[in-house]
Design a protein around this ligand. Structure first.
Ligand code: KIV
Length: 275
């Protein structure tokens, strides 16, 4: 099957995102797990796609992301990649698939060969060696900090992180360590907006936020959340773009385009979506 693009769009690369950071242009990211939605995101000009291990919850119906496998991630990445010529594709390495250097290399090989252009791993300074080894092997990494869902059993629930001075300092130190190791991007989940702003200003690499305020370079939401498809009470940072009055044709592609536009012009997120 050939996917037709409505617009001639240049592929977004890491260099594009670095340029956006340097010029202060915001970028959009949505999770995506299949070809049809990837095609609609492309028509809506979404800048980056995250094939997130959130698919364990929103696609597979699991109660956490822990059961997701590398084979699941490679399968969904390949489905997305087939319909995408525009967005940079970032794929999560799932729970315990990068516990050792050998695991990290094998898991990255699988998802990069399936079409990912960057891998995302959760943690902090303890990931430094993995980040530098992957970078040396041609794999850019995005390090996910703050609320890291693969550690839900350590946190004892999905809670805002980095609230105390000590926790904020630890997060800054973790960011420094992974950036020094060669991380190409940072993703902050559920951290106070003021802390996310400090991280974004301090580091030269692009910073994506979810529940991290409006000052990060990029924003990401789980696709199902931003389409109003909830199986549990939505988090404070979620906005339903499908039924929003500004999505005049009430289409899925319209919701993606509205999200992209509001991220680009800084009207999403508002303080109401931030901690
Ligand atoms: O897996 C995922 O969807 C994520 C987002 C919550 C950032 O990691």
């Amino acid at each position: 099957m050939t996917y037709l693009t409505d617009k001639r769009q240049a592929p977004i690369t890491l260099a594009t995102l670095n340029k956006f950071k340097a010029t202060g242009e915001k970028f959009s990211c949505l999770t995506c797990y299949d070809a049809s939605f990837a095609h609609a995101m492309q028509n809506a000009c979404v800048d980056t796609i995250l094939v997130g291990d959130s698919l364990g919850m929103v696609v597979q119906g699991q109660s956490s992301t822990l059961p997701v496998t590398v084979a699941d991630m490679a399968y969904h990445t390949a489905n997305v990649a087939r319909a995408n010529q525009h967005a940079l594709i970032i794929t999560d390495l799932p729970f315990m698939s990068y516990a050792t250097l050998g695991d990290a290399i094998a898991s990255s090989r699988a998802v990069m060969q399936a079409g990912a252009q960057m891998v995302k791993i959760e943690g902090g300074s303890e990931l430094s060696q993995i980040v530098s080894t992957l970078a040396k092997n041609g794999v850019p990494t995005c390090v996910h900090l703050g609320l890291t869902p693969q550690s839900v059993n350590v946190f004892g629930g999905y809670k805002v992180q980095g609230k105390t001075d000590a926790a904020a300092q630890k997060l800054l130190d973790d960011c420094q360590a992974v950036v020094d190791a060669g991380a190409a991007m940072l993703l902050l989940e559920c951290v106070p907006a003021a802390l996310a702003k400090r991280v974004t200003e301090r580091f030269a690499v692009p910073v994506i936020g979810i529940g991290a305020g409006s000052d990060t370079d990029g924003q990401v939401l789980v696709m199902h959340d931003m389409l109003g498809i909830y199986t549990r009470k939505p988090a404070k940072f979620v906005k339903d773009f499908l039924t929003d009055a500004a999505n005049t044709d009430k289409s899925v592609q319209g919701a993606f385009a509205l999200y992209h536009r509001q991220v680009k012009d800084g009207t999403f997120p508002t303080p109401e979506h931030s901690f």
